[in-house]
Ligand binder design. Structure first.
Ligand code: ZN
Length: 215
């Protein structure tokens, strides 16, 4: 999928996601704090641009929103250090890691792969990207997840267990970074179910406000 950033344009072919990156969210799901970042992927067909409608999935019932900061990689390579990993980030946006919670609850205890619960079509709405340089401090981004106008999630990037530098660095150990790679960086507390007709909004004063309608 084509992603614009200022005058540049990127082809997003890979979507990386980070699980369990905020303590308050780990607590609400009664999960364990991971020793290393939990990394998983979604296919390109999971992406939904702003304004497109999202069809309620057919393979589960408990359809949850997770509001997240999304990074856009602009530079190819494998950074030597976490500090240098920051140079590979070109843009920042917001999105949702949509999750079939009932399917996940079935898969997780059995130790089965969780793609069915996380990586289905249209599971990754993503907003417009702003250039990294336009944000004063990447570690001080405040964002909100709303459903039908009501605030459900309030996140602060400084509360992440692993910062953007560590996340990008850890991903690059296994996958050489490519321009256009997207990274969903985890969700804070307040996740919950969606129903037909709901409107989900991801919002931040420094990034923008992006919404999608469920049909
Ligand atoms: Zn997530």
């Amino acid at each position: 999928m084509k992603i614009s950033l200022g005058k540049k344009s990127f082809e997003a072919r890979r979507v990386f996601c980070i699980g369990r990156n905020y303590y308050d969210h780990i607590k609400e799901l009664h999960d364990e704090v991971p020793e290393k970042p939990v990394i998983f992927m979604k296919p390109e067909t999971s992406l939904v641009m702003e304004g497109e409608q999202i069809k309620f999935p057919m393979h589960g019932r408990d359809f949850h929103y997770e509001t997240e900061i999304v990074l856009l990689i602009g530079k190819e390579g494998r950074p030597d250090t976490a500090k240098k990993a920051m140079e590979h980030i070109a843009g920042v946006s917001l999105g949702f890691d949509l999750t079939m919670r009932d399917v996940q609850r079935y898969l997780l205890p059995k130790g089965l792969p969780w793609e069915l619960s996380k990586s289905f079509d249209q599971s990754a709405p993503v907003g417009r990207f702003v250039e990294k340089e336009r944000l004063k401090d990447l570690n001080d981004i405040e964002f909100f997840g709303k459903v039908n106008g009501e605030v459900k999630q309030h996140g602060l990037s400084k509360n992440m267990i692993n910062g953007f530098d560590v996340l990008v660095f850890e991903i690059s150990r296994a996958w050489k970074l490519l321009p256009g790679d997207l990274i969903y960086t985890g969700t804070p507390a307040g996740i919950g179910p969606l129903k037909h007709g709901d409107q989900i909004i991801a919002e931040s004063a420094s990034i923008g406000s992006f919404s999608w309608k469920l049909i």
